[in-house]
Design a protein around this ligand. Structure first.
Ligand code: BG6
Length: 485
């Protein structure tokens, strides 16, 4: 399927995301012939730049962040598609100027009026931008119009609903693409087909066999320069409400055959509805909330969260969350899902581990020492792989030991999540974007936790930077006779 000619209007063109992810993504799509023959990109930002300066900045971003080499051939042509418009989101005149520029480029390039608006701006501006897009006529097109919105999508259930209503005054649900870059990671996109095309893996997806599912997103970085945002968001809003719950939905999908996008969405919503709430008395037993103290990451001393620039000394913000979840549907009934995510941990890794039940000893009374559970490990990033942990006898000791076979993809230059998702949005494929119902149900699930955190109903425990997380998170699994993998 080919992408049709279009204009990409990028709000936040001088920001970090554009620089690190979006320009390299567009460039890689371009060199892989996934962009339309003619397209126009209009970057918007408050800082005044000429087109030339803007194009040089885009080029620098490609040179610094592109996943593959930047070729001289075609580069100039790619860059000449970029124009810059100095823009104040609250000024009506800015929208007039923008409209003029979009139309001018559409005429020059004979482009249809297909417009993709990408909002990579502070949440407080989303509302004003979308309403101005409508009143100024910028979003009135004779072609298609689509809106990509970055997270955070609200800061709680009420604000997410409010934001959604505002977006809906300017765009239909099927024109709104709520981006969650975890859904663009190739392993996540391929989860469903991976199981389908491998009957061996499919047969492991059996209620009788799975003991638990563990989803980990661990990071080594700290709060970086994002304290003003992160200290309000915490791991719960920054990672759990979106990325982690999306991973739960994608893991639990278990579709019996290749499904249509609509079925995937319906099924994800069903999973969210079946996700047992954690609230009231169940909170203490099922959720761990923690903050890092000083420690060392890869041999470098790093400060405690409360000592990080911009973080108040008294901050009660969570930088780590672990939780025990249950999906009350026929398939997952009684199988715990354990989630954990945190900053300043010992390694950068996002993975899903299926732990299988142990072999019942009573079968034949054969219980050799050293046996470990079988595991199916899907490593999502930084390196994609599938591993299987099995028990093997070590001929020199004559004892069983767990041994892991790992399969990695042959391609070491995989598309980046943003590339995949931008391409999907250009094609009008919203399968791997979060639809409103999923987002609303996620916030609904998170809301009691936010309230409990606010009232300090759950202790905020600590962990050392560079460690695997707090002791309490290990106890969460130990209580069920499991451990984290
Ligand atoms: C972002 C969060 O959405 O995801 C960041 O705001 C986090 O805090 C990042 O670092 C993690 O993404 P990835 O792709 O590096 O796992």
């Amino acid at each position: 399927q080919n992408v049709t000619g279009m204009t990409i209007v990028l709000f936040g063109a001088t920001g970090d995301l554009a620089k690190r992810k979006l320009y390299p993504a567009l460039y890689n799509l371009y060199i892989e012939n996934k962009m339309p023959e003619t397209f126009s990109v209009i970057g918007l930002g408050r800082t005044p730049y000429t087109d030339d300066v803007f194009q040089t900045k885009v080029e620098q971003s490609l040179r610094n962040y592109s996943r593959g080499p930047v070729h001289d051939k075609g580069l100039q042509q790619f860059l000449t598609s970029f124009r810059y418009c100095t823009f104040d989101a609250t000024e009506t005149d800015s929208y007039k100027k923008l409209n003029g520029l979009i139309e001018q480029r559409e005429n020059e390039l004979s482009l249809p009026q297909n417009r993709l608006f990408y909002l990579s701006v502070a949440p407080s501006l989303i509302d004003v931008i979308t309403s101005n897009l409508t009143t100024s006529g910028v979003s009135q097109t004779t072609g298609w119009k689509r809106l990509i919105v970055e997270k955070p999508f609200g800061s709680d259930l009420a604000s997410a609903r409010e934001l959604n209503e505002k977006l809906r005054t300017a765009f239909h649900e099927d024109e709104i693409y709520r981006i969650d870059h975890y859904l663009g990671k190739p392993m996540v996109q391929n989860l469903e087909t991976l199981i389908l095309v491998n009957p061996v893996l499919d047969s492991l997806f059996n209620h009788q066999l799975i003991a638990n599912v563990q989803i980990t997103a661990s990071e080594t970085v700290g709060v970086e320069s994002r304290a003003p945002y992160y200290d309000k968001a915490g791991a719960i809003r920054d990672m759990v409400q979106n990325h982690m719950l999306q991973l739960v939905m994608m893991t639990a999908l278990h579709l019996p055959r290749k499904a249509q996008p609509e079925e995937i969405r319906t099924k994800k919503v069903e999973i969210m509805k079946a996700l047992r709430p954690i609230q009231g008395e169940t909170l203490q037993d099922n959720l761990i909330r923690a903050q890092y103290v000083e420690g060392d990451v890869f041999g470098i001393d790093v400060p405690a969260y409360r000592e990080e620039p911009g973080v108040p000394q008294s901050s009660m913000n969570d930088t780590y969350i672990a939780a025990r979840l249950f999906i009350d549907n026929e398939f997952w009934n009684g199988i715990p899902f354990y989630l954990r995510t945190g900053k300043r941990l010992d390694k950068k890794s996002t993975r899903i581990v299926f732990e299988f039940k142990e072999r019942p000893a009573e079968i034949d009374d054969y219980t050799p020492e050293g046996l470990a559970p079988n595991l199916l490990i899907l490593e999502i990033s930084p390196n994609e792989s599938i591993s299987l942990q099995v028990n093997m006898k070590n001929p020199s000791t004559d004892r069983f030991e767990p041994s892991t076979i790992t399969f990695t993809s042959n391609s070491n230059n995989q598309p980046e999540a943003y590339e995949v998702l931008l391409h999907d949005a250009m094609l009008g494929n919203a399968t791997f974007f979060a639809n409103w119902k999923e987002v609303e149900l996620s916030w609904q699930w998170i809301q009691p936790l936010l309230e409990a955190f606010k009232e300090n109903e759950l202790p905020l425990v600590t962990y050392s930077a560079g460690s695997t997380g707090p002791r309490e998170a290990r106890q969460l699994l130990a209580a069920d006779h499991f451990k984290w993998w």
